[in-house]
Design a binder for this molecule. Structure first.
Ligand SMILES: NC(=O)c1ccc[n+]([C@@H]2O[C@H](COP(=O)([O-])OP(=O)(O)OC[C@H]3O[C@@H](n4cnc5c(N)ncnc54)[C@H](OP(=O)(O)O)[C@@H]3O)[C@@H](O)[C@H]2O)c1
Length: 230
């Protein structure tokens, strides 16, 4: 039976993906701070915080208990709009999104290499290409995530381990912040895109494509504006 480990799955995209994988016959281990929001005979939940120094051991124990890891999806994430009175919230985004991913890879990749295969998927964002004064920690964490995942994938792919960077625009969860959310997709659509990614294992998925093209066109302009602002 194929086994997936989903990090960040009590809510949003991770939760919907967990349900979908279970419905398709996978065994799933989920890890989040809150208790399980899924009950299923093929589901095991681990309550852990990816910023906790004990997280790598907790993940390691979970992988050992599962016996195998065919797929690991890093869906844990936070993002707050900039509040100059609380820069710690920006630091948190970097800790959870980027460092949490790096800690996860630290544990999961050796398992996959030993097994001779596996698939690591990280939920980055189209925001990885943008300088975002409204949420600098989030944008920096996503730029770091994409860079890390793509580089790791280039090294691991010839050794049988696939790494996919998934760059969504807006997805309809509590994470989607801001007054305007152009081209927002449903969580179900996001899960369809992820399931295709699980089947085809591409290095990068950018979705929706039209939003990705707009972001690519806007990125240099946004960058120049941010540098010139006074
Ligand atoms: N929604 C969007 O518009 C959008 C767009 C592009 C990319 N993304 C990315 O997709 C990923 C999932 O987003 P989402 O929309 O599904 O967000 P969400 O609904 O807020 O879910 C985030 C999940 O992360 C978990 N989490 C947060 N902090 C954690 C921590 N310290 N340790 C362990 N788990 C933690 C949460 O569970 P607990 O609270 O139980 O820990 C929750 O299950 C994020 O990386 C996000 O940046 C989202």
């Amino acid at each position: 039976m194929r086994h997936a480990t989903i990090i960040g799955n009590t809510d949003g995209i991770g939760l919907a993906l967990t349900r979908r994988l279970l419905s398709e016959g996978w065994a799933v281990t989920g890890l989040s701070r809150r208790p399980a929001t899924v009950e299923h005979e093929r589901y095991v939940h681990v309550a852990a915080d990816v910023t906790d120094p004990a997280y790598p051991q907790a993940l390691s124990r979970a992988l050992a208990a599962a016996g195998r890891v065919d797929l690991c999806v890093y869906a844990a994430g936070v993002g707050d709009l900039l509040d100059l009175a609380d820069l710690a919230a920006q630091t948190r985004a970097i800790e959870v999104n980027l460092l949490g991913l790096a800690r996860t890879a630290e544990v999961v990749v050796p398992h996959m290499l030993t097994a001779g295969g596996g698939h690591l998927v990280g939920l980055s964002s189209l925001a990885d290409a943008l300088i975002t004064p409204q949420a600098p920690g989030y944008a920096a964490s996503k730029a770091g995530m994409s860079s890390y995942l793509i580089a790791l994938g280039a090294t691991l792919r010839p050794r049988g381990v696939a790494v996919s960077t998934v760059r969504f625009g807006y997805v309809d969860t509590k994470m989607a912040l801001g007054p305007v959310k152009p081209m927002m997709i449903t969580v179900d659509r996001a899960v369809e895109v992820l399931m295709r990614c699980v089947r085809t294992r591409p290095a990068v998925v950018s979705y929706p494509r039209r939003m990705a093209l707009l972001v690519r066109a806007a990125a240099p302009i946004v960058r120049v504006r941010a540098r010139r602002s006074r």
